[in-house]
Design a protein around this ligand. Structure first.
Ligand code: ZN
Ligand code: ZN
Ligand code: ZN
Length: 791
């Protein structure tokens, strides 16, 4: 056969890395190449996507150039590495080849909110998926939460139980279709179905589960609604009685509840929304965004977020959630209704009774939610992986990342659905390390190559179910990333379940187990996230974590340089009368402060309902009063002294109330002499003493003014303390982390003051400042120690 060699034809092999599998990238490449008249093939392999492409050089350049910018919405192209190869002139078309042999997909995508095209079909009575609660396509739908194992193919997901009908199969197989290789593809004929149950497993007599659910919500009932990563408890947010009932049944008297509105227009009716916040709300990840309430919010939605000026809000992300709003709007045709204000607001809170993990299975829902929910709307598609909603805040004083809307930077409170299992980039390569995190707000982190995979939020490890969930996530993470760790990292606290789980795995795999001090890990996470080089001065403004001296630390000034850290200073210690109980009862911390100030005789008058005599006796004898340097406890003591709250019903409550009051009062100057810094050269430590500030608060009769003065004095003291340390060491990089930095007044105020001193400030953003970010720091420190040959 005579071959006509076209001298202008060139060929290249392209290696594409990033989030490029399970996101419609291959069909996009296929369509794009065919449109340009190029030949070759595309396939998935262990490193991402591989493409061989040939044609005229200029067209090839255009193709390569547009791969990243034109990629489908869920894809994220991190790099394209081209290689020149010899053209194969026998090629006449462009093909999608099966995945390369013996390799597994590199990563599963996160769960994603229903896309505009599917939403259009959902509201189109002529579409075969009209009002179908499980509509999805390559650009949207569940991923992570339905996947049992790799590779990400339908048989390895909980969609395996639903063979596709011929119609769906044709969509799945045709490269030109939006549902080409959409693994969860389904329709009312072949896919999952809804069912409505009364508690105690009695099927509700309802022809239309969605319509009936709405009717029950409007009657003030509490609905357990099966979502993507678990069940939600739902009620009409404007129905104060329903909200109260939910709080009583869930035994959650004060902790703020998240709200869901139909669309942005409805959110804006009740909360202030900046452009960056709007972009986050409407992003395919659909996180809960913390927003400032508008006046009238608490009148409309009493009891949703009592005593706070912020509320967590999200937009619907599953087709089922949209169907509830669609129903109340009267089943409009098309999507124009989503631009109008819709009055319904739903409380949408995780169904995790008694602090246990989120309920995800139907049987589990009947067992654990029967006493809370009046009715359960569930379905027959299994949730494989539990995944809570993500919670974040936008801060105008933080820089937006490369993939974020401009105008404000993201700070996570909780990183889970929509973001797990996406990786955070690491500064350098190294051995695989699995880090087990801390005890509260537990998360895991698996560092692999130049990526850190932070797991979804698991919760407090104070109950067996949560501990079992941690084990499950540890296994699942290793399996979906197909990695065996070379080392594990854990907190230095020997009693944490996470520590024990890490040690057990290390023994089983015969690999090193590396203990990382809690606050070292907090600050190392900031260094890892911002890919900082060289040492930093770090402030850990935290609850408690075990220190190297066996004491509970939590207000620490540290020098951190990768594998190593040195304590430069700490807050002056406070007694915790009664030990851990003092962390839940601010009045105890206040008694400790009054006693230390020689004002113990005021305690009985201030706290007439509490066991003051007993606590004073402990303080006098010094028994059961372990000292702590935790900043969280200074917040608690202030709240107690200002009479804002004697006992807390959830962690962080005191600090949140204090922050809200401070913001309500507005700007204020610190009182002179609020603090002093005690240099103790003999110990090499600098101690920030805030007792003068609290002595003043004890005489303050306006709680809001006191709250504002506390923040102002604290910021003054911390800025001076960190500034002095920067001057003494010559280090200009400052890292801030720890649970107290969820507090915006503190974080933004301190950042501004440090920047005014010419320091570069870095905060925990994508890994949360609270204990949810600790695992990332542990992994990074363990890596650094391994690199130095310390193990
Ligand atoms: Zn879609
Ligand atoms: Zn079908
Ligand atoms: Zn911590």
């Amino acid at each position: 056969m005579l071959m006509i060699v076209d001298p202008t034809c060139v060929a290249r092999r392209l290696r594409v890395r990033g989030v490029v599998q399970g996101v419609g990238f291959r069909p996009f490449v296929y369509r794009f190449a065919r449109k340009l008249g190029l030949t070759g093939w595309v396939r998935n392999d262990g490193a991402g996507v591989e493409i061989e492409i040939q044609g005229g050089e200029a067209i090839l350049d255009a193709f390569t150039h547009c791969l990243a910018s034109e990629a489908p919405p869920l894809a994220r192209v991190d790099s394209i590495e081209p290689e020149v190869i010899a053209p194969d002139l026998a090629r006449t078309e462009f093909l999608i080849l099966p995945s390369a042999d013996g390799v597994v997909a590199t990563a599963i995508g996160p769960d994603t909110a229903i896309c505009p095209s599917c939403l259009g079909e959902l509201c189109d009575p002529d579409d075969r998926r009209w009002r179908y609660a499980f509509i999805n396509c390559t650009n949207c739908g569940p991923r992570y939460t339905i996947t049992r194992r790799l590779p990400y193919d339908r048989p390895n997901t909980s969609m395996a139980a639903f063979p596709q009908c011929p119609h769906c199969e044709a969509e799945y197989a045709f490269p030109g279709d939006r549902r080409f290789h959409a693994e969860p593809n389904a329709c009312p004929v072949c896919g999952p179905q809804l069912s409505l149950y009364e508690p105690h497993r009695v099927r509700a007599l309802a022809r239309d589960p969605v319509g009936e659910t709405l009717r029950r919500l409007q009657l003030g009932e509490i609905v357990a609604l099966k979502g993507l990563g678990g069940f939600h408890l739902v009620c009409d947010a404007a129905d104060g009685d329903a909200v109260t009932r939910l709080r009583v049944r869930k035994r959650r008297p004060h902790k703020p509840l998240a709200l869901m509105f139909a669309n942005l227009a409805s959110v804006k009716r009740w909360a202030r929304v900046s452009e960056a916040e709007a972009a986050a709300l409407e992003s395919p990840e659909r996180p809960i965004v913390l927003l400032e309430k508008l006046p009238g919010f608490d009148r409309m939605f009493p009891g949703v977020a009592p005593g706070l000026d912020e509320v967590g809000v999200m937009l619907p992300y599953t087709p089922l959630q949209y169907l509830l709003f669609h129903e109340v709007a009267g089943r409009p045709v098309g999507t124009a209704w989503l631009a109008d204000v819709q009055p319904l607001g739903l409380v949408m809170t995780s169904a995790n009774p008694h602090g246990e993990p989120l309920v995800k299975d139907n049987d589990e829902a009947f067992e654990r939610l029967a006493d809370i929910a009046d009715v359960l709307l569930m379905h027959d598609r299994d949730i494989v992986v539990r995944c809570d909603d993500s919670v974040l805040r936008l801060r105008p004083d933080l820089l937006a990342g490369p993939h974020e809307a401009a105008g404000a930077g993201i700070q996570f409170m909780r990183r889970a659905r929509g973001f797990t299992p996406l990786s955070l980039p690491l500064p350098d390569d190294g051995p695989a390390v699995l880090a087990f995190g801390a005890h509260l707000k537990a998360t895991l982190c698996l560092a692999r190559g130049r990526e850190a995979f932070l797991s979804q939020h698991i919760g407090g490890l104070d109950n067996p179910a949560a501990c079992a969930a941690l084990d499950e996530v540890a296994e699942h993470l290793q399996s979906i990333l197909s990695v065996r760790p070379a080392a594990v990292a854990h907190d230095a606290h020997p009693d944490y379940y996470s520590t024990q789980a890490a040690l057990a795995l290390a023994e089983r795999l015969d690999i090193p187990a590396i203990a990382v001090q809690h606050h070292h890990a907090h600050l190392a996470a900031v260094c890892a996230e911002h890919r900082l080089e060289g040492p930093v001065i770090g402030l850990a403004a935290d609850g408690v974590g075990l220190g190297t001296d066996g004491m509970p630390w939590g207000g620490e000034l540290l020098y951190v340089d990768g594998a190593e850290f040195r304590r430069l200073g700490h807050l002056s210690p406070l007694p915790m009368p009664g030990g851990d109980r003092a962390a839940r009862e601010p009045w105890r911390m206040a008694c400790g402060v009054l006693h230390a100030l020689g004002r113990g005789d005021e305690a009985a008058r201030r706290f007439p309902d509490q066991a003051v005599a007993q606590v004073l006796a402990m303080l006098q004898k010094g028994t059961r009063c372990p000292p702590t340097t935790s900043l969280g406890r200074w917040f608690d003591a202030s709240v107690g002294l200002l009479g804002i709250c004697d006992t807390m019903s959830f962690e962080g409550q005191a600090a949140m109330l204090l922050e809200t009051l401070a913001r309500a009062f507005g700007d204020c100057l610190a009182l002179p002499g609020s603090y002093y810094i005690d240099e103790r050269p003999e110990a090499g430590l600098s101690v920030l003493n805030l007792y003068p500030l609290l002595n003043h608060l004890a005489d303050e009769d306006d709680a809001a003014r006191g709250a504002a003065r506390f923040h102002a004095g604290l910021i003054d003291g911390l800025a001076q303390w960190l500034g002095d340390a920067a001057l003494a060491t010559g280090i200009r990089q400052v890292a801030l982390s720890g649970g107290c930095l969820h507090n915006r007044v503190l974080a933004s105020g301190l950042r501004a003051r440090l920047q005014a001193r010419g320091l570069k400030v870095f905060e925990a953003q994508h890994a949360p400042p609270g204990d949810g970010g600790v695992a990332l720091g542990q992994a990074w420190v363990a890596r650094a120690q391994l690199a130095r040959g310390m193990w």
